[in-house]
Design a protein around this ligand. Structure first.
Ligand SMILES: C[S@@+](CC[C@H](N)C(=O)[O-])C[C@H]1O[C@@H](n2cnc3c(N)ncnc32)[C@H](O)[C@@H]1O
Length: 172
């Protein structure tokens, strides 16, 4: 889907998002984060953060900042804490600024996810982590080849009901 259509559709949907989707997003986020080191590496970037469900769930586990990044202004208005409008394919962030990139059901309806995965690799520190989930109906083979092209090593693969989860380390 084109970014403008996607923004419009999430802007319209924002008031009802949590009521409809929090029950299915919550266990995905908990499973992904459960596969990460404790304490969580920070700063955290929640990429495609939507209404900020992850921040609310992780509040007690955060020892540093969590930035919510999303293309939909109306979704992001519902998130708490630091946030910025941005496109996952062109992140408004400097190289190596994050300890953890979390992206839950945010790469949607893509032709080629590789540029977004390369952006995730760019913004992570060399000792960082990526925790990514993608709907099973998406092109999972393209995600796997995009992760490899971006230099990620997949250390865990998780079955998250509607999504596949990937816990990854950047190339060294
Ligand atoms: C299904 S929601 C998931 C939100 C959140 N991660 C969660 O688990 O509740 C998808 C979110 O990704 C955002 N998104 C999708 N494609 C994006 C892109 N290219 N750049 C920035 N945000 C994007 C949408 O605006 C929407 O808020």
């Amino acid at each position: 889907m084109h970014l403008i259509s996607l923004q419009r559709s999430y802007d319209r949907f924002a008031p009802r998002y949590d009521e409809i989707f929090a029950p299915q997003q919550t266990p995905k986020i908990e499973a992904l984060v459960g596969a990460l080191p404790d304490p969580l590496p920070t700063p955290v970037l929640d990429l495609g953060a939507g209404t900020g469900i992850a921040r609310r769930l992780l509040a007690d586990r955060l020892s540093g900042p969590l930035w919510a990044i999303d293309a939909s202004r109306r979704m992001l208005e519902r998130a708490e804490g630091p946030r910025a409008l941005g496109d996952l394919y062109r992140l408004p962030l400097r190289d190596g600024c994050a300890g953890l990139a979390l992206s839950v059901t945010a790469l949607l309806d893509f032709v080629d996810p590789a540029p977004a995965l390369a952006e995730m690799a760019r913004v992570l520190r060399p000792d960082g982590w990526l925790a990514l989930s993608v709907l099973k109906i998406e092109a999972i083979a393209a995600v796997q080849s995009g992760l490899a092209a971006a230099g990620f090593e997949v250390v865990r693969r998780l079955d998250l009901e509607q999504d596949i989860g990937f816990v990854c380390r950047p190339g060294r």
